[in-house]
Write a protein that binds this ligand. Sequence first.
Ligand SMILES: [Zn+2]
Length: 367
Amino acid sequence: MLKKSSEGPLRFNQLGYREILKQFSRACCLSIFNALATSAFAQGCFIPPPDVPAIVSLRVTHVVNPRFPRASGEQLRLLLETASETSMQHFGKSVSFTTTTEVPISEFFNPERLTPGVRAEIGRRIFDFKRGAGDRAEMQRGFVAQLHRESAQVGDIQAFAKPYLPEISRSNTLEALVEVLVDTQLRRLEHWRTVKAADGQPVIDASPYNEYTWWDALPGAGYSAEVIITNQLIASAENGDNSVHSAIRGGVTNGNTSANPKSTLGTTALVSIYPMMARDPAVRSLRGDEDYAPMDAARYAGLLLAHELGHALYHFGHPFTEKSCVMYPPPLLRFRQWANDLSGFACHASAAKAMARAAVKMNCALN
Ligand SMILES: [Zn+2]
């Protein structure tokens, strides 16, 4: 779902850093958000969809935080098998996975891989909910501008979110919708800070590991992998980079696809398996008060990887009204319900616009 798209590409609103600087120098009094919005239209840097070969071979990096439940070898195998089968069923494309390299999260999170300018930009994009220093109005303005860029329709958003946020049906403008979404996101995100992991410490601690913006930037900092799987919870809020599905689940990112010049696809698909595999009260609530058997959790994670591969291989978008499509974002964290609705045949028959190649623009890596 591009962000907390990761789920994908709808959260790929990264701009070339030089372009951001140009905007600042030209209009120093604009907020970061406005500068981003302006340059996204006028001077954005985008990457084209890759020329997909007949057989796609993908390298996998497994990023592990020892604090959280991790996937077994058997679960990882099922995850990748499921992604491969789903790619064939929904995209008609054969994919295989080659090497799987395990990396500790402390090693993966190496800020030195990014330039000082990119690190500073990441700091500006993060909505600092941990210290209560975030600017809610700026966050809302950023979200509205992003939805305009994505040509999001009020009716589509209402239809997608209404089962989980009934009050959203009374909001008939993007601005009013965003106010409800941001309020929900920040309220649910705050709740994650009270949840404890198995070691007795808060699931979200002082480390930056939960921050989406870092996960969006780091794959492009020299990692030779088309796929990253992690057991880390990614839950955060950002200025000017958000998605409807992420907001309603409290800023949780299940997956993301972001630019990576060292990937054969030009992007790296990221999947966080924490939402499927963890059993804390917050995650269970967003799943509809249920736990998943270990192999069910692995299968749902594999379906989500297929979703990300739809972004990576074809730059597909999100068909918000077609539940049969694997590119339809999972509602809250209800993966069982999401999986049961999927049908490659029905999705193809729907001819959803978001399922066209290059339906979304993928931003270049920050540099
Ligand atoms: Zn997506």
